[in-house]
Design a protein around this ligand. Structure first.
Ligand SMILES: [Zn+2]
Length: 262
């Protein structure tokens, strides 16, 4: 007996597209209602197809899906936002691709309104160039890390409780170490654990304040802070190392973004 066909309307963002044969597409759709779904879009590559526009990467819209036996296909699609400016600069396109690759890797079929909102807000900020790209990148990386359950604690040194001075973020532990405690650890021959180049990130007071801001700001205010350019680069380094270490993944799109960013 065939499984019954259920239909459901969702709002979703196309995070990746794979061509299938001559006519069809398989899309990865991030929805609030059903999390990240793989959806078959039959005929979507044909010029006259009514889903063609809405089933391209970075497109957001309303989709009527048919589900049968756990497989989804597109019945109807109404495009609401194309983020077309993402395609007008190679650096913007590269960062947007990285955002989508992170979503593709970490997404699940759990409903997640926050994840969709973060992703849409990030693509919007990139497309309208609301902030420098490393600023937007850092906010996205830290917020998605937090949504996945990884939150650095940047309030005080994890060893002595110092709240002022020079700190590094220990990437695997997600905690702060002050200069004195680093020197103490090194003196006790524990430097192998704490001195690995990829294991720590330098944090200035401004970067620590930015991290606290990003973690605690309401979703519609996450990008609204200012940081000097050199500190933005420190922040972006720290958030990237933190996210990629904790989800244990290197992204090809991130390597490409780093090649094309000024
Ligand atoms: Zn300390």
């Amino acid at each position: 007996m065939k499984a019954p066909v259920n239909t459901e309307e969702v709002r979703g963002l196309v995070v990746s597209v794979t061509d299938v044969g001559e006519r069809d597409r398989l899309i990865s759709l991030l929805t609030a209602e059903r999390g990240l779904l793989t959806v078959y879009a039959g005929g979507a590559r044909q010029l006259k197809n009514r889903y063609m526009a809405a089933t391209q990467q970075f497109c957001y819209g309303k989709f009527l899906l048919a589900e049968q036996g756990g497989r989804y296909s597109v019945r109807e699609a109404a495009l609401e936002e194309t983020f077309y400016e993402l395609r007008t600069g190679i650096d913007r396109a590269a960062l947007a691709s990285y955002v989508c690759e992170v979503i593709s890797f970490t997404g699940t079929e759990q409903p997640d309104t926050e994840l969709l909102r973060l992703t849409l807000n990030t693509l919007y900020a990139i497309s309208r160039a609301l902030h420098p790209l490393p600023h937007i990148k850092a906010v996205f990386e830290l917020r998605i890390a937090a949504l996945l359950g990884f939150m650095p604690d940047v309030d005080a040194c994890a060893y002595c409780g110092a709240t002022e001075g020079e700190f590094v973020l220990h990437i695997p532990e997600g905690h702060l170490i002050c200069r004195d405690c680093r020197e103490g650890l090194a003196a006790r021959a524990e430097q192998a654990e704490y001195e690995g180049a990829a294991q720590v990130a330098l944090l200035t007071d401004g970067v620590r304040a930015a991290i606290r801001y990003i973690l605690h700001a309401s979703p519609d205010r996450i990008f609204s802070f200012r940081l000097e350019e050199d500190e933005t680069h420190l922040l972006s380094y720290a958030t990237e190392e933190f996210l990629c270490w904790h989800i244990d993944r290197k992204f090809a799109s991130l390597a490409f973004y780093k090649q094309v960013i000024d």
